[in-house]
Design a protein around this ligand. Structure first.
Ligand code: NAP
Length: 343
């Protein structure tokens, strides 16, 4: 792969070409290209997300990470349609991802979830379709529970969760590719064993694994596994998700870490730029979320500097205890819960 302008012959990385100083995209095992920076849209509220996506397209973003569960695909679709109509961008230049939520992770429900996203986004295909999580929630049962129950630890896990066969669901995603409705397919919040099972039993190999990944949770082993299998790892919450779960979460604020802010000062960059740069230098796709035009622009400006060995060593130290900031601990009773095994 290209690293700091030089081609490094490395069989394990041969699918991760055109990288870093030259181009800002990777090639997926499906043959399609993915822009290395994508705009996150979780918690981007209706009323603000349309403007954010329009600004992002004007600034040069071409990759958008969406999900049915974020309940904002309609506005994102309107922003995309407007920018295509204005001639700022073509559909082919965009890379749009969306995800099948846990309540629909069941073979017979895939089509319903996919069609809903496609309609809301106003598209006739998506570039990447992901299973949002390894767990599957019984939609009929949660309809009988009070609103908000989906994020609480269930009293009756045997009714709340389905024990889903990921391979059977995966075959439904493969059909979407066969029909030209989806270009590439992948998963999110799967552990290594769960991903391996799809690699072994799927007809189409997963192109992407999207997981939490940042300086406090660097995912070294999982990234090495993905690179061995030519699966691109996408980092969600690359800035440590300071507003996670509506701003109610406890835990450290990654962007305020003293080691990080010192490195940022040294380079005359923002802490967010350092975090994003450190991930892309590892061959990871980053999905920073912002609805603020200044921060949207800053998060794109990471291609004109390098982290040196001292910076890398210090950042390595930040992640040595592996702190997950976003977890789904309330879903720990699911038979498919992904995070018990070491990721
Ligand atoms: P994040 O991108 O780590 O952090 C976003 C937060 O940081 C927002 O509050 C944003 O505020 C702020 N921010 C953005 N740029 C900044 C900058 N330059 N300086 C200071 N603050 C900045 O968090 P995330 O939303 O959790 O993760 C990113 C995306 O990953 C999501 O939006 C979603 O698309 C995806 N995701 C996927 C999963 C999954 O289960 N697959 C889970 C979590 C996230 P402003 O908007 O006000 O700028």
């Amino acid at each position: 792969m290209y690293l700091a302008g030089k081609f490094i012959a490395d069989a394990e990385h041969h699918s991760l070409t055109r990288y870093l100083d030259h181009a800002q995209e990777l090639t997926l095992n499906s043959g399609h290209k993915i822009p290395v920076i994508g705009l996150g849209t979780w918690q981007s509220k209706p009323g603000e997300v349309q403007q954010a996506v329009e600004d992002a397209i004007d600034l040069g973003y071409r990759h958008f990470d969406c999900a049915l569960a974020y309940e904002n695909e309609g506005e994102i679709g309107q922003a995309i349609a407007k920018k295509i109509q204005e001639g700022v961008v073509t559909r082919q230049e965009l890379f749009v991802t969306t995800k099948l939520p846990p309540v629909l992770i069941e073979p017979t429900l895939v089509r319903e979830g996919f069609n809903t996203s496609l309609k809301r986004l106003g598209l006739d295909y998506v570039d990447l379709y992901l299973l949002h999580n390894a767990i599957s929630i019984n939609r009929d049962y949660i309809k009988t529970l009070p609103p908000g129950s989906v994020l609480k630890r269930p009293e009756d896990p045997s009714k709340f969760f389905r024990n889903v066969d990921h391979v059977a669901v995966w075959h439904e995603l493969e059909k979407l590719v066969d029909e030209g409705l989806v270009r590439s397919i992948g998963v999110s919040n799967f552990n290594q064993q769960q991903l391996q099972r799809l690699i072994d039993h799927g007809r189409i190999k997963p192109a992407v694994l999207q997981v939490e990944c940042h300086a406090y949770f660097p995912q070294h082993d999982l990234l090495a596994f993905c690179q061995r299998h030519h699966v691109v790892l996408e980092a969600y919450s690359p800035l440590g998700s300071p507003q996670r779960w509506g701003g109610n979460a406890s835990g450290p604020v990654l962007l305020e870490d003293q080691v990080l802010t010192d490195i940022a000062k040294k380079h005359g960059r923002t802490p967010a730029q350092i975090l994003l740069r450190s991930l892309v230098e590892r061959g990871v796709v980053v999905l920073p979320k912002s609805v603020n035009k200044v921060r949207l622009q800053q998060n794109l400006q990471i291609w004109d500097f390098h982290l040196d060995d001292d910076d890398k060593h210090k950042m390595e130290h930040m992640g040595k205890n592996g702190k997950r900031l976003i977890d789904y601990a309330t879903w720990v009773d699911s038979p498919n819960y992904p995070f018990q095994a070491l990721l």
